[in-house]
Design a protein around this ligand. Structure first.
Ligand code: F0G
Length: 460
């Protein structure tokens, strides 16, 4: 199997401004965690040392992006930054029509309301929390069509984001193509551990969906990171640039939702894009109700300018190699200590397998939530649960019990150094050493939607 190059990389930037970090004592962390109901989402950021909660909106912008912020054209309508963003989306991704939104879920909301009718089925390569919820709120039902390898944290298949085409065709035959408004395809599948989809699989999917007249909608939140794995591991792509690969991926799909807070290196922003005039026209009508005029969609002009510049920086080969390189470095350190992580290492973070690390804690006692709390107590490193709490409940009220019960160590882009990675891995190793003494949790408060954000817990 092809391997990702081991040649040393270094950050393709130098640091012009720093934000000082605050260190805390074990007693302070214990108090802060209790006040947060043992949920890392409810911690105050000032109580966190190294923040790996998410890679969303946490990137460091470049001097060029900050300069772009000063070029904000804050006209209510027709801001020049909108037209710049539209040009960049066409140039880099190739989609014809653009609707800016305040972030990814704004785009998911509009797209789901336009395309999904009550009773529709939306097949996808693993669920994402907000994406599935918007599909359900529009009356649809999500069906997982990712390959089975993706649900096994130890399986080292390099493209665990791939679609099982047989599963999809069976679904189409069972429900009929008219019940499937689109197939939802994420690049760098978040809940599987940042696992990529291959171009080969995407091409086969394109052929199959064409046969039945079904759209592919691309959740392109982390498309550049996916392109890096294709460049490194897929036959015929080693000489292609990230920019070329990103464009090819997008060309195999009909439209997209984007949370620009990840790949695109901005602190806020997103968009919906489509190649279909009718869908665009409806989205343009809806965006004024829920987000803002179609030339700003809930964003300031300066935000759109920073996004346009960030998109271009995100497809730079040196940037993406250092970005994913840092994630791989952390994963390799953790493996040296024996910490069980999802393999292969994905694009945006390291995912620890909490079922393997805490086999004595059953899933209904939230092993991944427990582990995230223990890591914070150990060192002030903040991670996030991606297991049964994140999976939430089905529309009928039953809990989803996902196969994967993970803690995500998500790496913000261009923010932390290799020395931070060492400190993080050492903390994970310390918690791993005392794993047998760790006890599970019970949930004492559960919000109705996306419970992981605000749920509260107590130790058993
Ligand atoms: N799709 C994917 C794959 C995501 O990872 C996210 C957000 C969204 C859509 C929604 O975008 O947050 O801008 O509204 N993921 C964040 C995370 C929250 O931490 O993984 P949003």
């Amino acid at each position: 199997m092809k391997q990702i190059s081991k040649n040393s990389w270094a950050e393709p930037f130098k640091i012009k401004m720093v934000e000082l970090l605050k260190m805390t004592t074990p007693a302070q962390r214990k108090k802060a965690l209790k006040e947060a109901g043992l949920n890392t989402f409810l911690l105050k950021s000032e109580d966190v040392y190294i923040d790996l909660l998410t890679d969303s909106g946490t990137s460091a912008m470049s001097d060029q992006q900050w300069a772009g912020m000063m070029l904000g054209d804050e006209a209510y309508a027709g801001s020049s930054n909108y037209y710049h963003l539209e040009d960049v989306v066409k140039e880099v991704y190739g989609y014809k029509y653009l609707i800016p939104t305040h972030q990814g879920r704004g785009a998911e909301h509009i797209l789901s309301q336009i395309l999904i009718k009550k009773g529709d089925i939306i097949p996808g390569n693993m669920y994402f929390t907000t994406t599935r919820l918007h599909q359900e709120l529009a009356g649809g039902r999500f069906e997982d069509i990712i390959i089975k390898e993706a649900h096994d944290s130890a399986n080292e298949f390099p493209f665990k984001g791939n679609v099982d085409l047989n599963k999809l065709e069976t679904l189409i035959k069972k429900h009929g193509a008219q019940k499937i408004p689109y197939v939802c395809i994420a690049t760098s599948v978040n809940m599987a551990g940042g696992q990529p989809i291959s171009i080969k699989n995407l091409k086969e999917l394109r052929t199959l969906t064409k046969k039945y007249g079904i759209r592919i909608i691309h959740d392109m939140t982390r498309v550049a990171e996916n392109a890096y794995f294709i460049q490194q591991l897929e036959k015929g792509y080693s000489k292609k640039s990230i920019k070329q690969i990103v464009k090819e991926i997008c060309s195999l799909t009909d439209g997209a939702t984007m949370s620009a807070k990840k790949d695109a290196l901005v602190n806020i922003g997103g968009f919906m894009a489509t190649n279909e005039w009718d869908v665009f026209e409806e989205a343009r009508n809806m965006v004024v109700v829920y987000e803002g005029l179609h030339t700003y969609g809930g964003l300031a002009g300066r935000d759109m300018e920073a996004m346009a510049i960030g998109i271009k920086e995100s497809v730079n080969d040196n940037h993406i190699r250092a970005r994913v390189g840092q994630v791989i470095y952390l994963g390799e350190q953790m493996m040296k200590y024996g910490v069980p992580i999802v393999k292969p290492i994905g694009g945006h973070g390291i995912f620890v397998d909490a079922k393997k690390m805490l086999p004595h804690i059953p899933q209904h006692e939230y092993p991944a939530q427990t582990l995230a709390a223990e890591l914070y107590l150990d060192s002030g490193v903040r991670t996030m649960e991606r297991g049964v709490v994140s999976a939430g409940r089905k529309p009928n009220g039953e809990n989803y019990f996902p196969k994967l019960e993970l803690v995500r160590f998500t790496i913000p882009r261009r923010v932390y150094t290799q020395a931070h990675m060492d400190v993080i891995a050492e903390s994970a190793a310390r918690v791993f050493e005392r794993r047998k003494k760790i006890k599970g949790l019970k949930m004492i408060y559960e919000p109705k939607y996306l419970r992981f954000f605000q749920a509260r817990f107590e130790q058993l």
